[in-house]
Design a protein around this ligand. Structure first.
Ligand code: 25A
Ligand code: L14
Length: 339
């Protein structure tokens, strides 16, 4: 368990990946009290270095036994590595904040968005799960509305950036776009189809019910984070040719009536939210404007005229930042504040 210190030994597991890199940057930017930073990745990256506060830090290979003496480990090296190494890390006294899908629905593991359910952190037993990127930005925007008028049902469609899949997917979008503009053949490797100039209704694997795993993560994780199993959620998750920043079209049905103006007032005071909603001036959230920013941006707030109590909104955030690295660092910040 974590004990109170002025500075902590922190590890980033999967440090060379898209999310890992962002974690290092976020620790630096937020001035997290780091005593020593340890960086882990696979043998491919062993011996390389990454910068943290002008210091070159060696990348170490992740293997059994490395977590002794580490206070907090931020994991983002995929579910298999989390399954293999997080329990060992926790047993060695290290608190793990895990960005993979491995532990999220485990009843013993808190699934936390600090703006929504920080109290769930108290129950942790060494592993804390960081939710899916699309779910995080959605619950940050919907929590104040749920508290005010209770959300009965959510219908969400996502427009997700390629960086969620990692660096190789960003390279693929760039290479395919460049090839097409030069009238060359495109190479397809990361996704099952061409992503440049296209939209793929397919994120993560397909399940027996016809939904993708990404869609079902949004269903299950939303209920767990909100602490309310009665919210009905249905999702369609779509990959779009955007490098960074997930956009979401969200429709909700609420128990009690809320007007668009009342919803805007709630959202403009909500923690972690920036209301960006002046459509007559062409002001609404855009993925390209959210890159490198912390907030969840909300716009296009409208009453759903097809039902009694309904709203539509457009929600955008940087998937590598609030959707992954920032949320993980914020969890670590709450942890060290509350011991
Ligand atoms: O298993 P999952 O959950 O489905 O996750 C699959 C991938 O999704 C990303 C992450 O990719 C992960 O690998 N991911 C997972 N959760 C995510 C989330 N919540 C998420 N993305 C967004 N949100 P990534 O590229 O972002 O990060 C990969 C990191 O994990 C390290 N890693 C991989 N295997 C490891 C390992 N670390 C320890 N032990 C292992 N066995 C990986 O380090 C990276 O830091 P690396 O050293 O393997 O990668 C260094 C460079 O090599 C490139 N590369 C990746 N795969 C290959 C490769 N090069 C050659 N051949 C390959 N097969 C990478 O581009 C990287 O730059
Ligand atoms: O956190 O965009 O479960 O490919 C897995 C797939 C995050 C993003 C997760 C993607 C994700 C991801």
């Amino acid at each position: 368990m974590l004990s109170k210190k002025s500075k902590y030994v922190v590890a980033v597991v999967g440090a060379t990946g898209a999310v890992g890199n962002e974690m290092i940057e976020t620790l630096q930017m937020r001035n997290f009290p780091v005593d020593t930073l340890r960086l882990f990745a696979s043998e491919r990256s062993e011996g390389g270095t990454l910068k943290f506060k002008d210091e070159d830090i060696k990348v170490e290979r992740l293997k059994a036994g490395v977590f002794k003496g580490i206070d907090i480990a931020l994991f983002s090296a995929g579910a298999d590595r989390s399954k293999e190494f997080a329990p060992d890390a926790a047993a060695a006294g290290c608190v793990v904040v895990d960005n993979s899908s491995q532990w999220r629905m485990d009843p013993e593991v808190p699934l936390v968005v600090p703006e929504v359910n920080p109290h769930d952190l108290k129950k942790h037993k060494g592993i804390i799960a960081n939710p899916n990127c699309s779910t995080i930005q959605m619950v940050v925007a919907l929590k104040p509305i749920h508290d005010a008028v209770r959300i009965k049902r959510i219908v969400v469609s996502t427009y997700q950036a390629v960086s969620g899949t990692g660096k190789k997917a960003m390279d693929e979008l760039l290479e395919q776009t460049s090839a097409l503009l030069q009238f060359k053949d495109v190479k397809i490797s990361v996704y099952p189809h061409q992503i440049a100039f296209n939209c793929l209704p397919h994120i993560d694997v397909f399940l027996d019910n016809g939904y993708t795993k990404e869609e079902m993560k949004m269903v299950h994780e939303t209920k767990k984070i909100m602490g309310d199993d009665t919210i009905a959620v249905t999702a369609t998750t779509v990959r779009v040719p955007v490098f960074r920043g997930h956009s979401e079209s969200i429709n909700i049905e609420t128990e009690r009536k809320i007007t668009a103006n009342e919803a805007r007032a709630l959202l403009s005071d909500a923690p972690g939210v920036i209301l960006f909603d002046a459509p007559t001036k062409n002001v609404y959230p855009l993925a390209i404007d959210c890159v490198g920013r912390d907030a969840v941006y909300v716009g296009r707030v409208r009453e759903d005229e097809s039902i009694q109590n309904g709203l539509n909104m457009w929600v955008v955030s940087d998937n590598l930042r609030k959707g992954a690295a920032l949320n993980a660092v914020q969890i670590a910040e709450v942890l060290i504040k509350e011991i």
